[in-house]
Design a protein around this ligand. Structure first.
Ligand code: FAD
Ligand code: FES
Length: 285
């Protein structure tokens, strides 16, 4: 059965003005990834986000970037930020109490209602686990509503693996929840699996029946794992869900930076099924 993705047009309305916020906590995930808990200036949660939704976080006067909400609590939303360029580098200098701007939540969300009763296979690489985390923790918080959970996660070295404490000590304590982690380049400090993600995935003998695959990672992981899921494991395109990244400016479907044909990744996405992606005019982009 193909999964229907809910789209977030109504929620994305004219939310262009950032809310004044502060950094409530900072934690270092790896040498180039930090997680930032963000609160309003009076210590409240800035907004409620559904699993998979995104927001624009800004560091004045350097600029703003789009991130998925990787986790949230009663009085904060959290973003997991990889240092890759101008703004994210400035973000890594932020400490507790520093001012930031925040606008959102934007976009659609993972179809967590339609996934109820199914097994879920999460596949992620490196920072790609950040978007998956919001759905994974939702599923674990509502454990009785879902079937078996598998996470297949890889990084080039141990230092590229984020949320390692959760992977090793927290998530596997939930019933019927299985972690499969590998590295594929540097093996220093690593005594686990050494394998690229796609062959690792194929070696697990996972069956597609009654299961939804949720995939997020860089272009190479995306290409190879998608091939494995479709051609080797036999998932129908409608049962593979992914979350896309493109360069974004407005985040609300106005600037035309992120569209593929008539679909705006900021507004109609970032969550799409493979069946939806197959219908999009990639060649014309
Ligand atoms: C929907 C969405 C969700 C995202 N979620 C996360 C997240 O949870 N955590 C996270 O660390 N990052 C996430 N990103 C990516 C993040 O927005 C970019 O890394 C950031 O905008 C880079 O800004 P910069 O000024 O530091 O880099 P720049 O100086 O602008 O660019 C540095 C390098 O990164 C590339 N780049 C810049 N923006 C993007 C982009 N959006 N996608 C791919 N490559 C880009 C550039 O081509 C360049 O090679 C997300 C992006 C989108 C669109
Ligand atoms: S970011 Fe402006 S239209 Fe999507």
């Amino acid at each position: 059965m193909a999964i229907e993705i809910e789209h977030g047009h109504v929620r994305a309305k004219e939310q262009l003005v950032p809310i004044a916020c502060k950094v409530a906590a900072v934690s270092e995930e790896t040498s180039d990834v930090k997680a930032f808990r963000i609160q309003t200036l009076d210590g409240k949660k800035p907004f409620e986000a559904l699993p998979g939704q995104t927001a624009m976080l800004s560091v004045i006067p350097y600029g703003e970037c789009m991130f998925c909400v990787s986790s949230q609590g009663e009085d904060y939303v959290e973003f997991t930020v990889k240092k890759v360029g101008y703004v994210t580098e400035r973000m890594h200098f932020l400490s507790v109490g520093d001012s930031v701007g925040l606008r959102g939540p934007y976009g659609n969300w993972f179809p967590y209602e339609d996934m109820k009763g199914k097994d879920i296979l999460f596949i992620g690489g490196g920072i790609g686990l950040a978007p998956l985390r919001s759905l994974l923790t939702y599923v674990l918080d509502h454990r009785e509503d879902y079937g078996r959970v598998d996470l297949v996660y890889s990084g080039s070295t141990k230092d590229d693996l984020i949320f390692l404490n959760d992977i090793e000590n927290v998530w596997p304590t939930y019933p019927n929840t299985h972690m499969h982690v590998s590295v594929y380049k540097g093996t220093e400090g690593w005594d686990g699996e050494v394998c690229y993600t796609a062959p690792f995935l194929e070696s697990l003998g996972i069956e597609p029946e009654g299961r939804i695959a949720v995939l997020c990672g860089g272009p190479s992981l995306f290409r190879t794992c998608l091939h494995s899921l479709l051609e080797k494991v036999g998932f129908p395109p409608g049962d593979i869900i992914t979350t896309l990244e493109m360069k974004m400016k407005c985040g609300i479907g106005k600037c035309g930076r992120c569209n593929i044909g008539s679909k705006y990744i900021c507004l109609d996405g970032p969550v799409f099924s493979m069946a939806e992606l197959e219908d999009m005019p990639w060649g014309a982009h």
